[in-house]
Design a protein around this ligand. Structure first.
Ligand code: ASP
Length: 442
């Protein structure tokens, strides 16, 4: 999903679009004209399903090392007590608070608009049975687990077993604890551990790039399987999904962030959007927070007047850890696919999804499609067939561009707010009160 040329010189996202169109058209034709023929079944069972499965398995393969390394690095960077303790705490509060708001907006939108409903429950059930017996089993296994038990399960008895069972939240808890301890002990040993973890993270990013390069074929195969079974209806459902995501992203970006900026950052929306524009456009065209980082830093310092040390810390950390748009998207996608496949989720489970999306967005890499491995994992945890990812992949490029803009916007808004409070702190303290007057714009 990057805009860099693929092997054949064609941008990857164009290839994905072609895969999407080809798979969908072929699937619909098969659905309309071939129907129940035995060979079509065989084609789906032995060709298109396995191709899609390989892609999904490759994504799953990366989840544990990625989340483990990303969370440790995130905590280590936040928690450097000597130099950045105060800014670190503020950044952490900003990330958790604003990301939570984003996920709540997403969950409200998907519950109100119900974009995944519409297929008859029988088809949903049949799809569930067809596509993922395993997922169904997991769902059953999770039924009857009490709220208290869910809380207790956050703390893994055995982190290796939690990783093996794909218990993402327990792995996240373990990684956070590990990161915190690594920050507290600043020995040679922990420093080299952290740089090894950085190596793991870099390797994961490379691997994600390779896996995503396979996406056009996987999209074609997954879309063929699903439209051959369901016909045209599925496309209408997909359009509703896209509409829901864009609407929720819009609410967060054009309403919530401006309000926070005005109230806590003393900056008006026009001044912010005007200043931030180059970074927002870069985010839109690259779909990557990491690739946008140099522009984000420059713009935040020069156009938004945030002190360099604040901008550098908040934006650098934010590029991987503060992803409002991604968290919102993860929440909508998981609930959309649950609705689509007819999996009922209780209120408690939705709260769990909220928490997972917050940490999932911290653990997602700032690269195109970086959130997909995390979404795949959350789906499995709730008994929702991960094959559903195939449905959204075809339209993911557009959504990825838009959510990356929201991710970057959140980083810059956070820098403005934290920058302002640092200036106030310093002027109270009598130090460096001459820095840029953050509250004089807009
Ligand atoms: N592309 C997003 C980013 O880099 C991550 C994602 O949601 O896939 O910010």
């Amino acid at each position: 999903m990057t805009s860099t040329p693929g092997a054949g010189g064609m941008p990857l996202h164009t290839k994905m679009l072609i895969g999407f169109v080809l798979g969908t058209v072929a699937g619909i034709v098969a659905n309309l004209y071939i129907g129940e023929a035995g060979w079509l079944d065989a084609l789906i069972t032995y060709v298109t399903d396995p191709v899609g499965q390989i892609f999904l398995r490759l994504l799953f393969m990366l989840v544990i090392p990625l989340v483990f390394s990303a969370l440790i690095l995130g905590v280590v960077e936040i928690g450097d007590p000597a130099s950045l303790g105060r800014i670190g705490v503020k950044t952490l509060v900003w990330i958790l608070a604003v990301t939570s708001i984003a996920v709540v907006i997403g969950l409200v939108a998907v519950n109100v608009l119900q974009p995944g409903r519409g297929l008859s429950p029988e088809i949903g059930q049949q799809l569930l049975a067809d596509t993922s017996q395993r997922a169904g089993e997991i769902a059953n296994a999770r039924e009857g687990v009490s709220g208290l038990q869910v809380l207790l399960n956050i703390v893994p008895r055995n982190p290796v077993a939690a990783a093996a069972e794909g218990d993402l939240i327990a792995v996240m808890f373990f990684s956070l604890m590990f990161g915190i301890a690594a920050t507290v002990i600043r020995s040679d040993g922990t420093r080299s551990f952290v740089s090894a973890v950085q190596g793991v993270y870099d390797i994961c990013l490379k691997l994600i790039g390779w896996v995503i390069a396979l996406a056009p074929y996987a999209v074609a195969a997954l879309l063929f399987s699903i439209t051959a079974k369901l016909g045209v209806d599925v496309l209408i459902q997909l359009a509703r999904f896209v509409g829901t995501v864009l609407l929720a992203l819009g609410v967060h970006f054009f309403i919530v962030i401006p309000i926070l900026l005005r109230v806590f950052g003393g900056m008006g929306p026009l001044a912010f959007f005007r200043g931030a524009q180059p970074a927002l456009l870069t985010a839109f065209s690259t779909s990557s927070s990491s690739a946008t980082l140099p522009t984000t830093l420059k713009v935040t310092e020069e156009n938004l007047g945030v002190p360099r040390r604040v901008a550098r810390f908040v934006c650098t950390l934010g590029a991987t850890a503060n992803m409002n748009g991604t968290a919102l998207f993860e929440g909508i996608t998981v609930l959309f696919l649950a609705q689509f496949f007819g999996v009922d989720l209780s209120m408690g489970q939705q709260v769990m999804i909220l928490v997972l999306c917050i940490f999932g967005s911290i653990g997602a890499a700032g690269v195109p499609g970086g959130s997909l491995p995390v979404i795949a994992m959350i789906l499995v945890m709730f008994g929702i067939p991960p094959e559903g990812i195939g449905l959204i992949l075809g339209v993911d490029r557009l959504l990825d561009m838009c959510r990356t803009v929201v991710n970057i916007g959140g980083d810059m808004a956070g820098s403005v707010v934290i920058g302002r409070s640092e200036l106030q702190y310093e002027s109270r303290d009598g130090t460096d009160a001459t820095a840029v007057p953050v509250d004089s714009r807009g």
